[in-house]
Design a protein around this ligand. Structure first.
Ligand code: HAM
Length: 409
């Protein structure tokens, strides 16, 4: 029997999205979706819960995400499942499950929703967070890499967010293994001086040593070989071409040969968009090419590329553009005007976000409620206005007041 009266809190690293944050959240989703649609993406929603094997085979068993951060459990049917830590794997699972790899052609999907990682919560790092992502299948051309980068740039610019684009190439199955060998040989000469995590990574996932945040590791790494100097001719020419397209289209970037990403499925282009305005967790978006992922999940070799934006991190930087935020408040000054007010609200709602207050009140009371609700235009009607066929309006931002003929309103 439940007899505790202790209040229940949301779990650590998880939070409700409500009030001004939820307003920003929906504002972001609406506009980012429109931009993705303009680039030819259509919406996909995949389950939050998937077989654990999906993430082991895609994100990678040696990644921190799979190793330490999964919300994994055995369900009532004895299935090993986990809450998705990211969105790409589920979309690729769908692609292979529906045999689209064999059908051929190109596919572009966007998605948004919660992701779960059992990380140590801090500013900008949650255990349940939200991503907005896009995935492309069937396009190996490096112009698509540039297209994806431009799509992210358009989203960030729409919300007036400043960023630095960090770019790297992670090579391919031809050049990466050789590079890894060189790197391990180099790291082995001072392995014992590396932090505990990196010591382990030298054997399990050596390139992850490169983006270790530990200062001592970073100092030790200053003479480490760079992947960008070891690319095979195909990877090198794609990387050079990508830089050329970005230069031509005036997109600034920094080459960061230590950018390896925390998920194991990438090859060739890898990138991150960072902001210097949100503290230590500065990556607002990340992504890259994953031309082998479809194969890892049992499909036929198909090129893939995508990205995800961290919505909570981004929302810290988003302000709703004033002119877009029209919210109308309709109030009555007496009971007999309610019928008319109700009719007006129905009409206005077709084009404008509208709230109607049913209880008759004086002007000041109405202004107070409208303010609390975040409305910027107040329209009030009473017996006198009804008789004269007008409605009183006040813009709460500019304080401008008017009596408008009802038909014109
Ligand atoms: P990711 O870099 O792991 O990539 O995550 C993308 C973004 O999600 C990050 O840049 C960050 O803004 C946000 N993020 C990650 N972890 C957290 C957290 N614990 N709290 C708050 N925000 C977080 C991926 O997930 C790939 N699936 C992206 C991708 C799509 N690559 C190709 N297609």
């Amino acid at each position: 029997m439940l007899n505790s009266t202790k209040t229940i809190q949301s779990l650590r690293g998880m939070k409700d999205i409500v009030g001004s944050e939820s307003e920003l959240f929906t504002y972001f989703i609406e506009n980012a979706s429109k931009i993705a649609q303009k680039y030819g993406f259509s919406y996909i929603e995949t389950p939050l819960l998937e077989e654990t094997a999906l993430f082991k085979r895609s994100v990678g068993e040696s990644s921190d995400i799979v190793n330490k951060e999964m919300y994994q459990f055995i369900d009532k049917g004895e299935n090993d499942v986990c809450l998705r830590p990211e969105g790409t794997a589920g979309v690729v699972r769908h692609f292979v499950e529906k045999k689209l790899d064999r059908a051929g052609g190109t596919y572009k999907w966007y998605y948004y929703g919660p992701m779960f990682r059992y990380e140590r919560p801090q500013k900008g790092r949650l255990r349940e967070f939200h991503q907005f992502g896009c995935e492309v299948f069937g396009i190996a051309n490096v112009y698509e890499d540039a297209n994806i980068i431009m799509l992210i740039r358009e989203i960030l610019e729409y919300f007036d967010i400043g960023f630095t684009l960090k770019l790297n190439s992670l090579g391919c199955v031809l050049c990466m293994p050789q590079y890894k060998n060189n790197l391990v040989n180099h790291l082995n000469s001072f392995k014992s001086e590396l932090c505990e995590d990196c010591n382990r990574r030298v054997d399990t996932n050596p390139i992850r040593v490169l983006d270790c945040k530990n200062e001592k590791c970073q100092t030790l790494l200053k003479d480490a070989p760079k992947i960008t100097n070891s690319l095979c001719s195909s990877c090198n020419s794609d990387f050079e071409k990508l830089k050329e397209i970005l230069d031509f289209n005036k997109i600034n970037y920094e080459i960061d040969s230590n950018l390896v990403r925390g998920l194991d499925y990438y090859n060739k282009t890898a990138f991150e968009f960072v902001s210097n305005e949100i503290g230590a967790q500065s990556a607002i978006a990340g992504g890259g090419r994953y031309d082998r992922l479809v194969e890892f999940l049992g499909g036929k070799s198909t090129a893939g590329i995508g990205f995800a934006i961290g919505i909570e991190r981004l929302l810290e930087l988003v302000k709703i553009k004033k002119e877009e935020k029209e919210f109308l408040y309709i109030g009555v000054l007496d009971e007999i005007s309610l019928n008319k007010a109700f009719e007006i609200a129905i009409k206005k709602r077709k084009t404008t976000k509208t709230y109607i207050e049913y209880t008759p009140r004086g002007f000041a009371k109405h202004f107070g409620i409208a303010q609390k609700l975040g409305c910027n235009i107040v329209a009030l009607i009473g017996e006198k206005e009804l008789e004269n066929g007008i409605i009183y309006t006040k813009n709460l931002n500019t304080k401008e007041e008017n009596n408008i003929i009802l038909e014109d309103f």
